[in-house]
Design a protein around this ligand. Structure first.
Ligand code: SF4
Ligand code: SF4
Length: 415
């Protein structure tokens, strides 16, 4: 279902900030069911394996025909507030950084800016978004306001230009091709403040949005949610983008990052899963690189261990096993089959995604802030007393009511 079919829009929810309060209720039972057992994703179950230590980027790939070679595993800055993590990443060879004004209430851009002052700017690629500190800009945003939002980003980062400015989290073609975004991009490019225009999307009409973006000839790069066994049309779209000289960047590569919560996974499987997932994404040779959120030093050791490594049969077997384990709990990006069945217009898929941010990525504040923007009459407080017609509409038999009731306990602001 498209956003425009709803009485209220998800985009509307993303406009305007939300204060973040006290953490929600802790999950009651550690091993009550196979998945979603732990309130917080554990960092590691033991010492970091010795061969992860001091991992460095081992491979760089062409970013379209820009002339830039991107680190195959690159840095997503959602939740970043420590410049030391960025400095360590650069020292280990990462040269591509994806940020946004609304990550960490602008702390992401500021931390990134503080860190890169110690390095040569022209050896780094900085991507940010057409966003304000409180969220994504709507398709009706005036050109001047869009230009100003980028100038504010430049000031926070302390740089004269962005390598890429993205129209972010695009869910429909109208916003993708909104004239004011393209006027702003042209003006910023002409003034030397932005080098390339990009688009990112992760829900729900991702393939349609990306196909349109590639065919339009307007965009220099695409950033796409891409992971094992999802989005069957994407490889062809990537090939076309690559052929046109566009950069192709993957995100959301960990498919929910539930590996830390699977009681049937061994500690070794939990450690191996991210690297298998990265290797699978990078086995697509049309991919310029991937970005994954890093806000701890140990994540640099862990994630870069997969850089430049070939995908193996064992990796694929592990990814298959992960899929089997999450099948009855994983809300498929872009599905939306249940949305029309809810009498309260609860944004089921969005709320399940917010809960994933909190539980799998440890981003409770971001998740709670996102959830706070859902109007009370449409949030998951409606679910406890509902007969849950949504569950009959879900082709994957997800226990939606139970999951949303738990999400409401986890994410609501208290006090
Ligand atoms: S259980 Fe919640 S999401 Fe499902 S139909 Fe009822 S109110 Fe909507
Ligand atoms: S809960 Fe089920 S039907 Fe609804 S979006 Fe997720 S996978 Fe699709």
């Amino acid at each position: 279902m498209s956003e425009s079919n709803k009485g209220w829009t998800r985009r509307a929810l993303l406009a305007g900030g939300g204060a973040v309060g006290v953490a929600g209720t802790v999950a009651a039972c550690k091993y009550g069911s196979q998945l979603f057992l732990l309130r917080d994703a554990p960092e590691h179950e033991g010492p970091i394996p010795g061969d992860w230590k001091e991992s460095r980027v081992q491979a760089y790939r062409s970013f379209g025909n820009s002339g830039f070679k991107m680190s195959d595993i690159s840095f997503g800055t959602s939740g970043l507030n420590d410049p030391a993590v960025v400095r360590r990443a650069i020292e280990r060879g990462i040269n591509y950084f994806d940020t946004s004004p609304d990550y960490s209430d602008t702390a992401s851009e500021r931390s990134l800016g503080e860190a890169i002052r110690d390095f040569k700017r022209d050896e780094l690629f900085i991507a940010s978004k057409f966003c304000s500190p409180s969220g994504h800009l709507d398709k009706d945003t005036p050109t001047d306001e869009i230009v100003r939002s980028v100038e504010d980003s430049l000031q926070r980062i302390g740089t004269d230009y962005l390598d890429v400015a993205l129209i972010h989290a695009v869910n429909d073609v109208d916003r993708l091709m909104a004239p004011t975004f393209h006027e702003a991009s042209d003006r910023l490019k002409k003034d030397g403040k932005v080098r390339f225009l990009g688009v990112s999307s992760h829900t729900p009409d991702l393939e349609k949005v990306m196909r349109t973006a590639v065919d339009s000839g307007r965009f220099d790069m695409i950033m796409v949610a891409y992971n094992f066994h999802n989005w069957p049309q994407l490889p062809e779209i990537f090939a076309d983008a690559h052929q046109r000289g566009m950069g192709v960047v993957a995100m959301k590569t960990l498919k929910g990052a539930y590996h830390t919560q699977l009681s049937d996974f061994t500690p070794s499987e939990r450690q191996s899963f991210p690297q298998a997932a990265f290797k699978w994404v990078l086995s697509n040779q049309n991919m310029s690189g991937l970005v994954v959120t890093m806000n701890r030093l140990d994540q640099i050791d862990e994630y870069l261990h997969a850089s430049g490594q070939p995908l193996t049969d064992e990796d694929v077997a592990l990814l298959e096993r992960y899929d089997q384990q999450i099948a009855s709990h994983y809300c498929r990006p872009g599905c939306g089959e249940c949305l029309d069945s809810c009498p309260n217009d609860v944004p089921i898929d969005d709320i399940l995604r917010y809960q994933m941010y909190a539980r799998s990525y440890g981003q409770e504040k971001i998740a709670m802030s996102d959830y706070a923007r859902v109007p009370a009459e449409h949030n998951a407080s409606q679910c406890a007393s509902c007969p849950a017609p949504c569950e009959a509409a879900c082709p994957y038999d997800l226990p939606i009511r139970q999951r949303l009731t738990q999400a409401h306990r986890d994410l609501r602001l208290v006090g």
